[in-house]
Design a protein around this ligand. Sequence first.
Ligand SMILES: Cc1cc2nc3c(=O)[nH]c(=O)nc-3n(C[C@H](O)[C@H](O)[C@H](O)COP(=O)(O)O)c2cc1C
Length: 180
Amino acid sequence: MNDDFGTLDGTLDAVWSRLSNGVTNADAPARTLALATDGPAVRMVVLRGADRASGTLTIWTNRASDKVSQLAGDPRAEALIWDSAADFQIRLALEVSIARGDAGTWDALGPGSRVNYARVPPPGARLAEPDAVQVQPDPAMFAVLTGRIMRIETLHLTRERQARARFPHGRLDAAHWIAP
Ligand SMILES: Cc1cc2nc3c(=O)[nH]c(=O)nc-3n(C[C@H](O)[C@H](O)[C@H](O)COP(=O)(O)O)c2cc1C
């Protein structure tokens, strides 16, 4: 058994190495995460940034999407990642702030990526057919979500053991195991 998962600090390092890897490696398990907001509503999003020092994640989206209105009403969210090779679940409680994407990031996006964040009609609008959308890349629609990690919860499943741990943000001293 890989016993990084047998200690609290090893488990926390395993979380952050996966988050960092998700940002840089398109095939990593944490490349996409399920993001749940007050709806209830859940959807997959791509992890664009993860910063251990500030305890934050970054996600890009369309300002007109339902997730943005839901987060404007209630900034609390949860993100979920499953690393099947490591049998490791990562659950993150977040407080999400919404900002306009910066011009430099927008400029660096190719046209194929920009359309993910700006098109008409807006996400969720009823269409007569799937292709009845017009691409209208508009930097004002490019929103950046910054999720401040309030709590990390992990579950490592093996035949021998199910180890579940909780890490309040920024307080490794207060981390503890919990019953799975
Ligand atoms: C693999 C995958 C990655 C996705 N990445 C994003 C993303 O980074 N940002 C985003 O806004 N939507 C992304 N989507 C689309 C969302 O899952 C969702 O359908 C869309 O954002 C509308 O969600 P909402 O109406 O709940 O706001 C992705 C979908 C998939 C399947």
